[in-house]
Ligand binder design. Structure first.
Ligand SMILES: [Zn+2]
Length: 431
């Protein structure tokens, strides 16, 4: 049997749920198991080669792979799988061994064949949003479960799979590479050109953002194909951490609101530019000061809002307003509009499964508390929408959410941030 055939067979036998098997497939191990105690289909390594326990023969059988001092399967190795060889593979394809393993653990185990195999990077955030939107109470029996819904029973298995998966971080996630410990000299050469160009006013925030964007992109591009590419995936790795450490410290927050220290051209690796000692200190002082003051600002706002909102009531079903917030409904976001009302010619129209299709791709005016005509401090049920109006006693909590948002934003702002230019969408910000 070759390793491809064996891998598929072992997955079908459920061995992906056994940590020992995964470790034996993707790394070299020193066996501490007696040959006669190896479970059926389990892999086994010795200096003589790779084996598996054949249940029919009742003994270890050698795989057709010559030992070459490397693990049986390389983390990046391709595998060709035919449709149906594994229940979740629905067409012939070439993919990676590791992707098949990931799918078996994270999706096949908790959800059966319901989830489609992704031959590429999996976006768990998106997947979990889908779970949240289609979540139902446990059904009486597993046969009564609907394929489009997710159940607590499955979610428990999914969490279990997630914590199991962590045990393979050592196999699949490199912590560093020679490249990640250094920087391409071409980036530093370009940095010196840009930062010392008399025509570039680096203390102008917008210009500094452009200069940094170019250097950060150069740095990031130099990692194409490097092992560390799979590790440096946090949004902060390049524009914040590597930029400050290896390119330039840049501007820190100043002591006054919204102010910035002048641009520091040296990187942390270059050492502290002693001429700029006050700026480093101002940056640090403003960071620790804000950590205290702005955390309490959000907390105080929350308490203030909740006191103010305690008397909010929902005295009527519909205030009759003709003003709403513009929203574009598309396939990706349509479920979040279900139950909400939009402005129609003869009054509000409730968006439901059977009519939302006719609004796809269109801009609608959604009824919103922001445009409610009920006298202050109250709101009508239609403007509040289905979730808030079904819990009118909880309105003060929803109302004071702004305080939490302020706190979250200011906590986020205290940590390392990258300087970027963004387009301000006034309608999106207001809705
Ligand atoms: Zn209203």
């Amino acid at each position: 049997m070759d390793k491809r055939e064996y891998f598929i067979r072992a997955l079908n036998e459920g061995l992906y749920r056994d940590k020992r098997w995964v470790l034996r497939m993707f790394s070299l191990v020193r066996e501490n198991q007696k040959e006669d105690q190896v479970p059926d289909w389990m892999a086994y390594q010795s200096t003589g080669g790779f084996f598996y326990k054949d249940p029919e023969a009742g003994r270890l059988v050698q795989l057709d792979e010559k030992p070459n001092g490397k693990p049986l399967i390389d983390y990046d190795e391709d595998i060709f799988i035919k449709k149906g060889e594994l229940p979740f593979i629905t067409e012939d394809m070439t993919t990676k061994y590791r992707r098949v393993l990931l799918h078996a653990v994270m999706f096949w185990y908790p959800f059966g064949t319901k989830e489609k195999f992704t031959n590429g990077q999996v976006d768990l955030g998106k997947f979990e949003t889908r779970i949240a939107k289609n979540f139902a109470d446990d059904a009486e029996t597993q046969e009564a479960e609907l394929p489009e819904l997710y159940y607590p029973r499955q979610l428990e298995l999914y969490y279990e799979a997630g914590s199991y998966l962590r045990s393979f971080a050592m196999l699949f996630v490199p912590a560093a590479s020679p490249k990640s410990l250094s920087i391409d000299p071409a980036v530093l050469k370009r940095r010196d050109e840009l930062l010392n160009d008399p025509n570039i006013n680096i203390d102008d925030q917008a210009i500094a953002a452009q200069v940094e964007a170019e250097l950060v992109k150069m740095d990031k591009d130099s990692f194409k194909g490097d092992l560390a590419e799979r590790f440096l995936i946090s949004k902060k790795d390049f524009p914040v951490i590597r930029k400050k450490r290896m390119i330039a410290v840049g501007s820190e927050s100043g002591l006054r609101d919204g102010s910035k220290t002048p641009y520091i051209k040296a990187s942390l690796d270059d050492g502290i530019d002693i001429q700029r000692f006050p700026d480093y200190n101002n940056g640090m002082r403003s960071g620790s000061y804000k950590r205290g003051v702005e955390t309490q600002a959000g907390g105080e706002l929350f308490k203030w809002l909740i006191r103010q909102a305690l008397n909010i009531q929902m005295p009527m079903d519909d205030c009759g307003t003709k003003i709403g917030m513009p929203d574009i409904i598309d396939d990706a976001n349509k479920t979040q509009f279900l139950g909400y009302s939009i402005i129609g010619e003869k009054g509000p129209i409730i968006l439901a499964e059977d009519n939302i299709g006719s609004y796809l791709g269109k801009t609608v005016l959604r009824r919103s508390p922001a445009t409610c005509r009920t006298g202050a401090p109250d709101y009508c049920a239609t403007c509040l929408g289905p979730k808030l109006s079904s819990n009118p006693d909880a309105l003060p909590v929803a109302f004071s959410q702004f305080g939490n948002d302020v706190m979250l934003e200011s906590m986020g702002a205290m940590h390392g941030k990258s300087l970027e230019i963004a387009l301000f969408d006034i309608v999106e910000q207001a809705s």
